[in-house]
Structures are given as structure tokens and as C-alpha cells.
Design a protein around this ligand. Sequence first.
Ligand code: 5GP
Ligand code: ZN
Length: 137
Amino acid sequence: MEDCIFCKIIKKEIPVDMVYEDKDIMAFLDINPSNKGHTLVMPKKHSKNLLENNEEDLKRLVLAIKKIGNAVMKVTNAEGMNILSNINPIAGQVVFHTHVHITPRYKDDGISFKIQRKAYNEGESKELASKIKSLLK
Ligand code: 5GP
Ligand code: ZN
């Protein structure tokens, strides 16, 4: 896609610190890492977000994440990692080309996912689960 910065990176029009490439997948270090080794993994084929990908695309992506995640973990000596994908601006998506963040984690690294939890009203979770379930049949 013409205006997509990640498509430009994939076409090698913008340089990056690449860590992995095959015919379908590319992975490189985030320019603005939340921890050193923060890596972005993406399908080369343009799509707006993870939910737009087909089964084959997703299989390849998840297998690459596993491989790259293990390598990043080893090289950075991380104690753990967060693997996440933001969908739409409300969830923090800034670049609209499917990508998954692999972020190495350490004790007291200053990254916080502390969130205020919400409570369900009586019967609400059952109803919600049942509505979602019915779409998945
Ligand atoms: P999002 O918020 O869309 O999930 O994440 C986009 C990520 O892409 C951000 O963490 C940002 O730092 C990274 N990013 C944006 N532009 C570039 C770039 O030109 N090169 C690299 N290596 N990373 C980028
Ligand atoms: Zn793109």
C-alpha cells in the first residue's frame, strides 16, 4: 500500500534493524523501543490489522512469532515478554499494517499494564459470553 510506512520498510525504501525475513514475514527492531530488543513482526502482505488476516497468514505469523520470540528472549536475557497487537486507534494502533509487538520484560522495567478492572452486573457475563459464543458456531 502506497502510504503505509511498514510497506515501505518491506520494500526496503526505509532502513530498519532487521532481525528476520522470509517470503511472507518480516521482523525488525522498533525504532522507539519500550525495552531494548522490542521487535515488530509482520506479514509482508498489507492488511490493516490482525483481524483482517486469513488462516494461512495467521499460521505463518504465529509460527514466526514463536521463532523470533525465542531468539529475542535468548539474546536479551529477558525474564519474560509481552506479545501483543493493537487493533484500531482506541487500542493504541498507530501504524495500520498488521504487526505484533514482542517486548522483552524485566523486573522493575517501568512498563505497566496495571488497569482498573470492571465488574459485571448479575447475569451480564453469562449473556455476553453466550452472544459471543453464538457468533462462533
Ligand atoms: P502500534 O502503536 O501501531 O501498535 O505500533 C507501531 C510501532 O511502530 C511503534 O512502536 C513505533 O515505534 C514503530 N515504528 C513506527 N515507525 C517506525 C519506523 O519507521 N521504523 C521502525 N523500526 N519502527 C517504527
Ligand atoms: Zn502496509
